[in-house]
Design a protein around this ligand. Structure first.
Ligand code: NOJ
Length: 560
């Protein structure tokens, strides 16, 4: 193991904004950049160091911005480029970095490149996308979209199919075409020259497809993934982006990487002596499968041992070699309290979950509303859902014979829309999100109790706990650079781990139980000598090495 290298992107924590539901500044019911501008002081007050914007570019919004029709403009409902520059300057003035979403696996079908590509094989833009002849009456291969359904769409005029690994309105780009890679590099330069500080790269591990596009192992969802995940040229293309653009700027990258394992991740992010990483971090999905399998809709009972195994493996395999991206929520996930925690013990479990992941080694990402403990909305009717993936998944389950009620139960737990309801700012009309009569999407009725205003006024709120936790992380290098060792890995109630750095030691104790659990310090720890630096009940140290943990209790001990 080599000496751990320090870097600004390792020391920062990041706040993710999904603009549409963040704050409406112009009263049209949709969150926008004016709204963001008005909340920069709030964001700064959390103690984060950067903002990651989910896509705010021009888009028909079929997949809420992940279908881009112009990479160099802002969606009119969110504002203008001038508004964005005001946010960028405002963020920088406050010492906050700004990270943009880079979505280059696919564009919108309304992007001018795609419209040109429809003009036929002679058009230079035709080869910007993956067009193929069918096999008889069948598509070119058996691949399936990750938003369930076919991955190929037939165009009668051209008598060809185009590939779309997501919605039909999101055609995949042909990254093997050097002209497409040049476009990507130009887009990167455009935003970096404007002053942005890095990119979160959307499904970046899908950009290289295996030559010949062979059939995949037959699966109902994402069939063919073995041919489009970490494809043959992925490393080469990421290197090219790095060498020609990213390395010329002081910026960071985090790649979204479905189905990623730590060993494969290291092929891209290993920064050990003699290695050249092509990304700084990767978002893996393995820990988000502690209550589901393959897709969020195949719901299983939350399994702490599964969660611990995955998180611990990433911690230990990457330590000293690569850097972890830590998260529990984002715009693709239901709210974490409603999954791995407890709505009954909302405050306790919200704080415990925060401690559990933010005290690990890596850069923590916090999704809007997570810091006040927002919960899943659980919409009861299919027509209430806006998310294309939810509707596609419903159709596939229906096709496989699942009864409506059964699928709705899954959607209520697992739909991405659970995490996309407007941020609850106050107990006023529309939770203070908008002055319009109708917000663009449903507001969780618990906004009367769960909102920023309430949390600001309560010293024991989840919000104030996040502030304390992030401050503690910033002030204690052990949280950032310490090593990681798990204890009691057989427990299905407790997640206990220690961190060590330059002679200091930290013990993190997290209970996932809704009843009292007995805790005995791991061998070698004399708790009387430690200081309780964080906790979600009282923070006194009894000095005893054995005590009762209350429901969802967390305690962090520091030993100098
Ligand atoms: C991952 C994004 O996070 C998700 O929201 C989107 O639907 C897909 N990639 C497709 O871009």
């Amino acid at each position: 193991m080599s000496e751990i290298k320090k870097a600004w992107y390792k020391e920062m924590s990041v706040y993710q904004i999904w603009t549409r539901s963040f704050c409406d500044g112009n009263g049209d019911g949709i969150g926008d950049l004016k709204g963001v501008l008005s909340k920069l002081d709030y964001i700064k007050s959390l103690g984060v160091d950067a903002i990651w914007f989910s896509p705010i570019y021009a888009s028909p919004q079929k997949d809420y911005g992940y279908d881009i029709s112009d990479y160099r403009d802002i969606a009119p409902e969110y504002g203008t480029l001038e508004d964005f520059k005001a946010v960028l300057d405002g963020a920088h003035e406050r010492g906050l970095k700004v990270i943009m979403d880079l979505v280059v696996n696919h564009t919108s079908d309304q992007h001018k490149w795609f419209k040109e590509s429809l003009k036929g094989a002679d058009n230079p833009y035709h080869d910007y996308y993956i067009w193929r002849k069918g096999k008889g009456k069948n598509p070119p291969n058996n691949w399936k979209s990750t938003f369930p359904g076919p991955a190929w769409e037939y165009n009668e005029e051209l008598d060809e199919y185009y590939l779309h690994l997501f919605a039909v309105e999101q055609p995949d780009l042909n990254m093997d075409n050097p002209a497409v890679r040049n476009e990507v590099k130009d887009i990167m330069r455009f935003w970096l020259d404007m002053g942005v500080d890095g990119f979160r790269e959307d499904v970046i591990t899908y950009i290289s497809k295996r030559e010949g596009l062979p059939n995949g192992f037959p699966l109902p969802v994402a069939c063919g993934m073995e041919h489009f995940t970490c494809g043959p040229h992925l490393h080469e293309y990421l290197s090219e982006f790095n060498d020609e653009v990213l390395s010329q700027y002081d910026c960071m990258t985090v790649g979204e990487a479905p189905m990623m394992t730590p060993d494969t991740a290291l092929k891209f992010i290993d920064e050990s002596e003699g290695k050249k990483p092509v990304l700084n971090m990767m978002f893996n999905f393995q820990h988000m499968e502690a209550d589901c399998m393959i897709t969020n809709f195949i719901v299983t009972k939350f399994n702490l041992k599964k969660l611990k195994k995955v998180m611990t493996t990433w911690q230990t395999k990457l330590y000293g070699k690569g850097w972890n991206a830590l998260y529990l929520e984002n715009h693709d996930q239901p709210r974490i309290i409603s999954r791995f925690g407890s709505e009954k013990f909302r405050v306790e479990s919200g704080k415990m979950l925060a401690t559990m992941y933010i005290c690990q080694s890596g850069t923590p990402f916090i999704y809007q509303g997570q810091e006040i403990g927002m919960t899943s909305i659980r919409l009861p009717n299919l027509s209430m859902y806006k998310d294309v993936a939810t509707h596609n998944t419903y159709d596939i389950f229906k096709k496989f014979g699942f009864p409506h009620e059964n699928i709705m139960k899954r959607a209520m737990y697992a739909s991405r829309d659970n995490g996309r309801t407007p941020v609850q700012w106050s107990d006023k009309k529309n939770a203070g999100f908008t002055t319009a009569d109708e917000p663009w999407f449903y507001i969780n009725p618990n906004y009367t109790e769960v909102n920023v205003e309430q949390a600001e006024n309560d010293p024991n709120s989840i919000l104030n706990y996040y502030r304390k936790l992030l401050k503690f992380r910033k002030e204690n290098e052990i949280v950032i650079y310490g090593d990681f060792k798990e204890h009691f890995h057989d427990s299905d109630k407790l997640y206990v781990y220690e961190r060590n750095y330059e002679g200091k030691r930290m013990l993190v104790v997290c209970s996932f139980s809704d009843t009292i659990e007995r805790f005995t310090a791991p061998k070698g720890f004399d708790l009387a000598k430690g200081k309780v630096v964080l906790g979600n009940y009282d923070e006194l140290n009894s000095g005893f090495d054995s005590f009762n943990l209350r429901p969802y209790e967390t305690k962090v001990f520091l030993f100098d």
